[in-house]
Ligand binder design. Structure first.
Ligand code: ATP
Ligand code: MG
Length: 320
């Protein structure tokens, strides 16, 4: 059986290096091998915040980021959650397949609640992993390139697919998660690099912005730079970033810096990141908003067509 690939991102801000090494690089490779859908999860924005914010702007920027890293709309269906209402209709039977305590146990949901800016935790916070099951299963996705934080959600999807098939007959595949080279890239503060935590290096940041961000990163005062994730996590983090961008091991980078101290480490990391991002930034500038609108309109229509087929099959299986 041939794989179908599904991934996505929330339009909550510009994509960063964590996305690149966690998921985007895999997408670029996989788009040549399999049918692939990329979801812009706009409804998911309001899981952990009260308002959708500059949603249209963020969607445009997200699409430009995709084009910049080499996602090819001729090969990939890029679409918006809110443009495919069938996804919400799939959510309903899927919700009946999971228990409340299963929803409460999800470790990623717990972490996101801890970082949420919302006054009160919304119901969507607990149900969005099931929404994600609909996002993956509407196209019978089998392969999901994601970062580590998404593993519990892919488990929920597998559970939903399995239980649906047990109750109503074989309709869905059980998808597999596929992790990138760096399934959990840390941000400049040592926590998960996240759009919404102010600790990320955006793919679209300028060279000066990148330099300023790295200058502010925490390090220590020891001259000799070594790669020690347990005792020197901040230094190790910068070495990891530089290594990923240079295609070298962090130990190797540490050896090159030797006793140059934090300033040499930051200088090398800044150059490595800027060099790596240069072609991505250049490609980003080559695309227009008009092009983005056309890509989305075509992707939305194609995804909707696929979703209608699956929803018909689901209703028939359930005897509706
Ligand atoms: P937000 O803070 O708004 O939740 P985010 O940075 O977590 O944004 P998402 O849109 O939630 O980004 O995630 C999109 C994809 O990128 C997911 O597959 C996720 O696992 C992956 N990803 C996000 N951050 C990282 C990271 N630091 N390292 C590796 N993968 C990541
Ligand atoms: Mg996230």
């Amino acid at each position: 059986m041939n794989d179908v690939v599904l991934t996505g991102d929330r339009p909550t801000g510009p994509l960063h290096l964590g996305h690149y090494f966690g998921s985007l690089a895999n997408r670029v490779t996989l788009q040549d091998k399999f049918p692939m859908y990329v979801l812009i999860a706009d409804y998911q924005v309001i899981t952990d915040r009260d308002l959708p914010g500059a949603i249209q702007r963020n969607i445009t920027e997200l699409l430009l980021d995709y084009l910049a890293v080499g996602i090819d709309p001729a090969k990939v269906t890029i679409f918006q959650h809110s443009a495919v209402p069938e996804l919400n209709q799939l959510l309903l039977p899927f919700l009946s397949l999971v228990s409340v305590s299963e929803l409460h146990r999800n470790p990623t949901v717990k972490d996101e609640i801890a970082h949420s800016s919302q006054q009160a935790v919304s119901g969507l916070m607990f149900t969005y992993p099931v929404h994600q099951a609909a996002d993956i299963l509407f196209c019978k996705g089998t392969l999901v390139p994601v970062g580590k934080d998404q593993l519990p959600h892919v488990e929920v999807t597998r559970l939903v697919a399995r239980r649906f098939n047990e109750r109503y007959g074989e309709v869905f595949p059980e998808p597999e998660a596929m992790m990138g080279e760096r399934p959990l890239l840390q941000g400049l503060d040592g926590g998960k690099m996240s759009k919404s935590r102010g600790n990320a290096i955006a793919l679209s940041a300028t060279e000066d912005e990148t330099a300023a961000l790295i200058r502010k990163a925490r390090t220590d005062s020891e001259r000799l730079i070594t790669f020690d994730e347990t005792h020197r996590p901040e230094v190790a983090n910068l070495l990891t970033l530089a290594g990923l961008c240079l295609g070298r091991s962090p130990q190797d980078v540490a050896e090159e810096i030797g006793d140059g101290g934090a300033s040499a480490l930051k200088k090398l990391t800044t150059e490595a990141v800027n060099e790596f991002l240069r072609p991505i930034r250049r490609r980003r500038a080559e695309h227009t908003e008009e092009e983005v609108r056309r890509i989305l309109a075509a992707g939305n229509a194609a995804a909707r067509e696929r979703a209608i087929m699956t929803l018909d099959e689901v209703r028939a299986a359930m005897g509706f």
